[in-house]
Design a protein. Structure first.
Length: 317
């Protein structure tokens, strides 16, 4: 199914390419001269501008860790996650090795000093050593431990091998690990149901170029980023428990995408929204119910889980 405006897509892609080509030489110059403030903050400004160009409004829940360095652990839905999270966190990404072979995007990834990792067990230790070195120098890292992107309705199992970097101690203190959840919730102010989620979620056998073109032709999008309370390995014992705990926290992303099935009222709203999507119509009342159910589910997890706390909502960009 095709929706959107080709003229909008052409305009956005033209602005995106122009912005990138203008800023990239200045950033490479800053890298060569080792101008730390530019190296640290220019990517943040760039990603925020890209979100504006692509019509992505970012709404933030929770409190972002202000400890440097921090290992941010996030679910992976789409290539848009890079722009959304990169516009909030100054740091570098950890990406699969295949990204280093992608035309154009590999240049951008290398410019932001991305760490490319081999998912095969024999290669993981080298990648882990590089991550530990970067954390030890004070760089924030952003990791997608699922190993691949998903459809946004669930969180895939976390790979615990890379959580070994959390065992690093800096100034006799453990590395702070903060879980982050990203979800794409609205299109032109209307809640997204399961039927429309693949417009933003890039997963499985979806081809990158057609998906990117369709996405740029769409209207305004809302991305919700939730920062959960940070922990460290001293509180949980070892990297496997840390991976399980972080994965459990981010599982709440499923609640954001869809309310709990056992909640009859929320189920009714979800059914109304899904029915509207299937018929090409939208049910605003159903969307409001989903939002309330999601907020209730997240709050319940926080009240009952380890490290109790409340989400403090603040405005987006």
């Amino acid at each position: 199914m095709w929706i959107g405006s080709p003229l909008r897509g052409i305009f956005r892609l033209t602005c995106y390419v122009s912005l990138t080509l203008v800023l990239l030489p200045f950033y490479f110059l800053a890298l060569a001269l080792r101008i730390t403030p530019i190296i640290r903050w220019m990517p943040v400004g760039y990603h925020r501008l890209v979100c504006v160009i692509l019509g992505i409004k970012v709404r933030v829940n929770g409190r972002q860790s202000d400890v440097t360095p921090t290992l941010f652990v996030c679910n992976h839905v789409s290539y848009l996650d890079i722009e959304v999270l990169g516009g909030l966190v100054p740091g570098s990404f950890v990406a699969k090795a295949e990204v280093a072979t992608w035309p154009f995007f590999s240049t951008l990834a290398k410019a932001q000093r991305t760490i490319f990792i081999e998912r095969r067990s024999g290669k993981t230790s080298k990648s882990r050593d590089e991550m530990m070195r970067r954390l030890d120098t004070g760089d924030n890292l952003m990791l997608f431990p699922e190993g691949t992107s998903s459809d946004g309705t669930r969180v895939l199992p976390f790979r615990s091998a890379l959580f070994g970097v959390a065992q690093l101690r800096r100034n006799d203190k453990p590395i702070v690990v903060q879980p982050v959840a990203i979800s794409y919730t609205k299109l032109d102010g209307i809640p997204l149901g399961r039927f429309w989620r693949p417009l933003f979620a890039w997963f499985g056998d979806l081809d990158l170029v057609p998906h990117l073109w369709q996405m740029t032709c769409l209207g305004e999008t809302e991305a919700v980023v939730t920062f959960f309370p940070a922990v460290d390995i001293d509180k949980l014992g070892d990297r496997k428990k840390l991976a399980e705990f972080r994965g459990g926290r981010i599982q709440q992303i499923g609640a954001v995408a869809e309310p709990p099935r056992r909640d009859a009222a929320a189920g009714k709203h979800r059914a109304g929204c899904a029915d509207g999507c299937a018929r090409g119509r939208w049910n605003d009342r159903g969307g409001a119910g989903i939002e309330k159910a999601a907020q209730a589910a997240v709050q319940l997890q926080f009240e009952s889980g380890r490290g109790r706390g409340r989400l403090r909502q603040r405005g987006g960009w």
